[in-house]
Ligand binder design. Structure first.
Ligand code: TYM
Length: 374
């Protein structure tokens, strides 16, 4: 079977980068999936969000908002298994298991960790004391992400380009786990291998538990894989950027979208042209419309055919604002109606959560058998 898994942190309303890079793909995959051959799991990864602690009230509100946003953009709990990570305890359990075969060296080389180190304090890369105060949860973040993916034995993971290293690490976890627990011991070496293998081939438990390396699925529109900040086109659009003007939220109204796009940093190089290296701010705006184009034209063709090549940057910005608003308006309206529902919207995913719990329990049993834990 094909098993599609992906996750998003409830750290605020999703932005256009989340939408184009991942969430719209989740919906596309959901709508195209044949239920006879494909399972889909979409998870609001609230345990990951704890790596940046904040008051419980805020996290609770952010969880509700994220659920409303996913429902609003069309993730359907009748078709996809949609749930909160903290409702399925096996995520944390499998993380511990994977942590026991993960190397500290590999994790410390990961760029997200290194950039967080720098953010925390520029001196901390070299200052042992500052380094020591950084949290274990942040360091082991990729292990929990690998556990998410491997818990449901996902074969495909739709994400934006920024998740590449995390996916590579999940594949590394597969190799480590299979080596430790699903490979028969080599009698000549008298060690290695796991649960009940002995000599000869792998046992039934080992064969059933053996993990399969997951594949990354980038958005079908290349232009969507990395949407950049509106205020600093060399940085990705991010929920944690302190400048709200740097991102367009799925819940922004048309006037707000226009204001943010009008204020987007471009350059003084004259009329519009598509040059991702020389004119990243302009290219970022073009990427947004290319990603939304119903005809799927590449950025350069779209610019020519829409008469944007050589137009004033102000006109390009108006064009982009219109297209983005057209896409987001119905999502915003549905979001608002979910947020004002007289009942707790978590009811919408009760059944879905049970499906996730069953899948997790079933796979965990396989893993534990191979490890000799049951
Ligand atoms: P998160 O919450 O930062 O982002 C969710 C998804 O949005 C994509 N994305 C972008 N795509 C294009 N341009 C951007 N500017 C942009 N910003 C974000 C991300 O690639 C992601 O697909 N570590 C993950 C959450 C996670 C996860 C998982 C993902 C936890 N466990 C298991 C997949 C599988 C994260 O922080 O995503």
């Amino acid at each position: 079977r094909k098993v599609i898994f992906s996750g998003i942190q409830p750290t605020g309303v999703p932005h256009l980068g989340n939408y184009l890079g991942a969430l719209r793909e989740w919906k596309r995959l959901q709508d195209e999936a044949d239920p006879a051959t494909t399972d889909l799991f979409f998870c609001i990864v609230d345990l990951h969000a704890l790596t940046i602690p904040r008051p419980g009230k805020e996290l609770k509100a952010a969880r509700d908002e994220m659920l409303a946003a996913l429902l609003a953009l069309g993730i359907d709990p009748g078709k996809s298994t949609l749930y909160f990570q903290s409702d399925v305890k096996e995520h944390a359990e499998l993380m511990w298991i994977l942590a026991c075969t993960s190397s500290v060296g590999y994790l410390s080389r990961m760029t997200q960790w290194k950039s967080k180190l720098q953010l925390a304090d520029t001196a901390s890369l070299t200052d042992p004391e500052a380094r020591a105060s950084l949290k274990l949860g942040l360091f082991s973040y990729p292990v929990l992400q690998a556990a998410d993916i491997l818990l449901h034995r996902a074969t495909h993971v739709p994400v934006g380009d920024d998740q590449r290293q995390h996916l590579e690490f999940a594949r590394e976890c597969v190799t480590n786990f299979n080596h430790a627990y699903c490979t028969p011991a080599d009698p000549a070496k008298g060690g290695g291998g796991g649960g009940g293998g002995g000599g000869g081939g792998p046992s039934r438990a080992m064969r059933e538990a053996a993990m399969v390396p997951p594949e990354m699925i980038l958005p079908s529109r290349g232009a969507a894989k990395r949407i950049m900040s509106l205020t600093a086109p060399d940085k990705k659009m991010s929920k944690s950027d302190p400048a709200p003007r740097s991102r367009i939220l799925l819940t922004d109204d048309a006037a707000t979208i226009r204001r943010k796009i009008r204020g987007a940093v471009t350059d003084g190089l004259g009329p519009a042209s598509y040059d991702p290296v020389g004119r990243p701010g302009v290219a970022n705006l073009v990427h947004m419309v290319a990603a939304l184009d119903p005809r799927g034209r590449d950025p350069a063709t779209l610019m020519k055919e829409e008469g944007l090549e050589g137009c004033q940057l102000a006109d390009l910005k108006e064009f982009v604002s219109d297209k983005v608003s057209e896409e987001l308006t119905p999502i915003r309206e549905r979001f608002e109606s979910y947020m004002s529902m007289p009942w707790d919207i978590k009811i919408e995913i009760e059944k879905s959560t049970e499906v996730a719990q069953k899948s997790a329990a079933r796979n965990m049993r396989l893993y534990k058998e191979a490890m000799g834990l049951c």
